[in-house]
Ligand binder design. Structure first.
Ligand code: C2E
Ligand code: MG
Ligand code: MG
Ligand code: MG
Length: 276
């Protein structure tokens, strides 16, 4: 829960051990080299239409191939990068890499598809995000309709300037998703004021949905809310066939999760976009 501890970089997590903390400072030093050494890599997880099973989007998810520690998941280094500010550079690399990769798939005659990038709140206030994205789209030649951003409720609520950035991104044609919906701020006020395309139901609701009647009702209600507001809904973390069936029966249009596809390297995605 590093995120909820906000900007206090000295806050300790109850589960931290001494080795974790020493590990963090080693990772912090290594992070500065990692971009130059090409140690970051993107995996892509398909998002499917629940009825047709057609791939309608991809979510880009970063991994770090550390020279000695091996394959590191984002929860091992993203909050650290947010605390030390390095997330700005990493985030720019992710955007550039996604645009290049997607344009390459298109140039190779594969299915044209929207790819969604996760953004941290620091990318909103410390950098000229809109300008960077516009410039990257121009340099790579990717059309803006093939790029999406995922933001959390926290960013959507944060302040007027973040909200303006979201509006600008929408104006240039980029899709906006609200990630992890339902576990952040409990005000729904921002739903009226932001140009949102997709709401992603947090996977904690999906995980318990078949056992916990309350979660099933919450999921159904989010699906209805989203559709009534003219937005699309995505269920994340779909792990079982009965969850998939339930979501389909309750008109959840888009599904993403291990029962369909795990996040895959670009090479594997290439094959999926060919057969479509
Ligand atoms: P997220 O954006 O909510 O991404 C979904 C996470 O759920 C991913 O974990 C994905 O691998 C995992 N997942 C997908 N389907 C299932 C499933 O069926 N079951 C389970 N248990 N998990 C599933 P991952 O790749 O470890 O990423 C974790 C988080 O790290 C992401 O959560 C996102 O907040 C952050 N992240 C990932 N890439 C980036 C990035 O490029 N930039 C930033 N700022 N954050 C990123
Ligand atoms: Mg996401
Ligand atoms: Mg999510
Ligand atoms: Mg998440």
């Amino acid at each position: 829960q590093a995120k909820s501890l906000g900007k206090n970089r000295y806050a300790l997590h109850s589960t931290d051990t001494l080795t974790d903390l020493m590990g963090d400072s080693i990772l912090e030093m290594d992070m500065r080299r990692a971009l130059e050494q090409n140690e970051f890599i993107l995996y892509y997880q398909p998002q499917l239409h629940s009825c047709t099973q057609e791939i309608v989007g991809l979510e880009a998810l970063i991994r770090w191939q550390h020279p000695t520690l091996g394959h590191l998941a984002p929860n091992r280094f993203i909050s650290l990068a947010e605390e030390n500010g390095y997330i700005t550079k990493i985030g720019e690399w992710v955007i550039a890499e996604v645009c290049k990769q997607n344009k390459k798939w298109q140039d190779d005659g594969l299915k044209h598809i929207q790819v969604h990038v996760n953004l941290s709140s620091q990318q909103f206030n410390k950098t000229n995000l809109v300008q960077f994205i516009e410039q990257t789209l121009e340099e790579t030649g990717l059309k803006s309709q093939y790029l999406g951003v995922e933001i959390t409720e926290y960013i959507a609520m944060e302040d007027e300037s973040s909200i303006n950035v979201v509006r600008k991104l929408k104006e240039i044609g980029i899709a906006i998703s609200i990630d992890d919906f339902g576990i952040g701020h409990n005000s729904l006020h921002y739903l009226k004021h932001l140009p949102i395309d997709f709401i992603k139901i947090d996977r904690s609701f999906i995980a318990d949905m078949m056992k916990d009647q309350h979660n099933a009702i919450i999921v159904q209600t989010i699906i209805d809310l989203t559709h009534n507001l003219g937005m699309e809904v995505i269920a994340e973390g779909v792990e079982t066939l009965d969850q998939l069936e339930f979501l389909k029966d309750h008109n959840c249009t888009i599904v993403q999760g291990f029962v369909l596809y795990k996040p895959l390297p670009a090479k594997e995605i290439r094959k999926l976009l060919q057969v479509e």
